[in-house]
Write a protein that binds this ligand. Structure first.
Ligand SMILES: [Zn+2]
Length: 215
């Protein structure tokens, strides 16, 4: 498959991506991974990117596109890829469209994971994280609670609710996501590439994406 995966925080993007990779051996690609790999390998593009990162600057889009061009043509992408967290903006989406055209790769479609706000709030506000920085085990007060005294079952450290997982913080994150992503959704809708999938149960979502790919 050759897809772009869009989804709000708490939409289950990570789980869906993992299940999709298992389905046909496609690889998950994020700009963060590409940057880290290029810097680690010390490629020319990696060195250039590191310069920006060391100065605390954002790596410019044209450099990210060059890395994307290299990455998408690596052998492990032959089976397919899932672009995760990229593109983020319409200019990036336009640049990606040109790039894919140049390297003769055709996207199947753009997956938009749709989850009602109440479900996202319920998923994220019930999350708890082990406060031990070396552990960070994740719990859920409903489906996977920590020990009865509120400590981590693995290391015994206190389990906490992260500051960005309170109702207020999540509402803010969802608002920011919607504002930033709306133009991108509109862009792909116009191109006839957008497919929306309900993402309540990851296995069902992945099955529906599989059917759409084979249709
Ligand atoms: Zn722990």
């Amino acid at each position: 498959m050759r897809i772009i995966l869009l989804g709000a925080p708490g939409a289950g993007k990570g789980t869906v991506a993992k299940l999709l990779m298992e389905m046909d051996g496609s690889v998950q690609i994020s700009t963060g991974d590409i940057l880290r790999a290029a810097v680690k390998e010390g490629t020319d593009l990696g060195k250039e990117a590191k310069g920006y990162m060391d100065r605390g600057d954002l790596v410019p889009d044209n450099l990210i596109m060059k890395m994307m061009e290299v990455r998408l043509q690596q052998p492990d992408c032959q089976k397919g890829f899932i672009l995760d967290g990229f593109p983020r903006t319409v200019p990036q989406a336009e640049a990606l469209g040109l790039l894919l055209n140049n390297i003769r790769i055709k996207l199947d479609f753009v997956v938009n994971l749709e989850v009602p706000r109440e479900v996202i709030l319920d998923r994220l506000t019930t999350r708890r994280t082990c406060a031990n920085p070396d552990c960070q085990e994740i719990y859920n007060v409903k489906s996977n609670p920590p020990a009865a005294d509120g400590t981590c079952k693995k290391c015994g450290t206190k389990v906490i609710q992260r500051a960005d997982e309170t109702v207020e913080a999540i509402n803010n994150r969802l608002e920011t996501y919607t504002q930033k992503t709306a133009p991108l959704i509109g862009f792909y809708e116009k191109q006839g590439l957008l497919r929306s999938f309900a993402s309540i149960n990851s296995a069902d979502t992945v099955a529906a994406i599989g059917r759409a790919l084979n249709a």
